[in-house]
Design a protein around this ligand. Structure first.
Ligand code: GLN
Length: 382
């Protein structure tokens, strides 16, 4: 090697999702680890992509996103949250949620800025902050209720606090922050210089009568927030990598400066197809019910097993406690189950910076009922 290279992310390896999926494939195990559906995308939606291509939508989309899709998103926020978004000044289509998160962080984080994240935290937040020289300030939440002590969070705030990141509904905990908690967050941010990044990619998957929550519905939060959402979770198309970011005009303006140089614009035919598909918002409104049945199937199916199910209010992840079965650490136990019982899950510890061992595994239930029935059979045998 004729050059030397200092890693910008020396502590980062391959993500746990890639690792567990690889192990699942190698072991021919049921893969309930990485969060993706194993059922088909609606053929109607696929046909709409072909139609868009046949209709000539094959060149660059506008940098900010195809207009029909931006209009559809505006309509969604109006109907579901009674919130009005300006499709030209406040909304940018991105290559999935992760890119929107990356770009929002890149837009605002400078060296020495502090960013508060809540652990267990989705894996991309901390490395992205560190890549831009920011300092991650983790707030550790523990099973089974993962409750946030807002007074404690207040003690972490100072002049360097640039950003707070929340994920609501939360991957991996399945917790949903409702108006009361969001109100506490608004109080915390009041009078500070800190911004909010609200990752809402599971917004339409909430259970037991809960209604979707967006920080856009709270003016004090909206005025300082980047809100990120994704069509991968909404349309069962995680491979399409299309999402968006909503932020006030001043933030959107800066966001787009970065976006135009790392992505420029997002693939065109899929944007047209999604716009047409979501013209009728009944699909969106039915998503919670669709996944609630799957959650119930899995939850009820393992009631008599030795796993203890943790509460799941939203997302398509269920956490299960195996402390009655083994004392092994989470990663080791997850590998053991993949190898010996042919079922792959995600260790909860993967979402914490410092090692934890709460003997909890995350199970994805965005799966065909048959897959879930096979998983239930296995989990009951362990
Ligand atoms: N969002 C998916 C999950 O939580 C993972 C996506 C990825 O592999 N980066 O499982």
């Amino acid at each position: 090697m004729n050059f030397s290279l200092t890693s910008k992310l020396p502590h980062v390896g391959t993500t746990i999702f890639t690792k567990m999926t690889m192990l699942a494939n190698q072991q021919k195990a049921l893969n309930l680890s990485q969060g993706f559906p194993d059922f088909e995308t609606d053929p109607k939606l696929v046909q709409l992509v072909s139609k868009a291509m046949e209709n000539g939508h094959n060149q660059y989309a506008p940098m900010i996103g195809a207009q029909p899709l931006r209009n559809t998103i505006v309509k969604k926020y109006h109907e579901i949250y009674q919130v009005d978004i300006d499709p030209t000044e406040e909304l940018t289509i991105t290559s999935g949620g992760t890119q929107a998160i990356f770009t929002a962080i890149a837009t605002v984080i400078k060296p020495e800025d502090e960013v508060i994240i809540f652990e267990p935290a989705y894996d991309c937040y901390a490395p992205t902050v560190e890549l831009f020289g920011g300092k991650v300030i983790p707030v550790r939440l523990m099973a089974p209720d993962f409750r946030i002590d807002w007074d404690y969070v207040a003690t972490l705030m100072n002049a360097k606090t640039r950003l707070i990141i929340i994920n609501n509904p939360n991957n991996p905990t399945g917790k949903v922050l409702e108006s009361e908690e969001l109100g506490k967050l608004a109080t915390l941010l009041e009078g500070t210089n800190a911004l909010l990044l609200s990752d809402e990619v599971y917004e339409h998957i909430v259970f037991d009568g809960k209604v979707p929550q967006s920080v856009l519905g709270i003016p004090a939060l909206r005025e300082r927030s980047f809100v990120v959402a994704s069509f991968g979770k909404l349309l069962h198309t995680t491979g399409w990598k299309i999402g968006y970011c909503i932020a006030p005009p001043e933030l959107t303006h800066e966001f787009r400066k970065v976006h135009q140089f790392n992505v420029f614009s997002v693939n065109t035919p899929m944007q047209f197809a999604i716009a047409e598909y979501l013209d009728d918002l009944n699909y969106v409104k039915g998503l919670s019910g669709f996944f609630e049945k799957k959650r119930n199937l899995l939850q009820d199916g393992i009631k008599e097993s030795r796993f203890r199910v943790l509460p799941c209010e939203g997302t398509y992840f269920l956490n299960i406690d195996y402390s009655a079965i083994s004392e092994e650490k989470e990663f080791e136990f997850a590998c053991f189950l993949t190898e010996q019982y042919k079922i792959a899950t995600i260790p909860l510890s993967a979402f914490y910076k410092e090692v934890t061992n709460q003997q909890v595994l995350r199970v994805c239930f965005a799966k065909k009922d048959d897959t879930l029935l096979s998983a239930i059979e296995i989990l009951n045998r362990i």
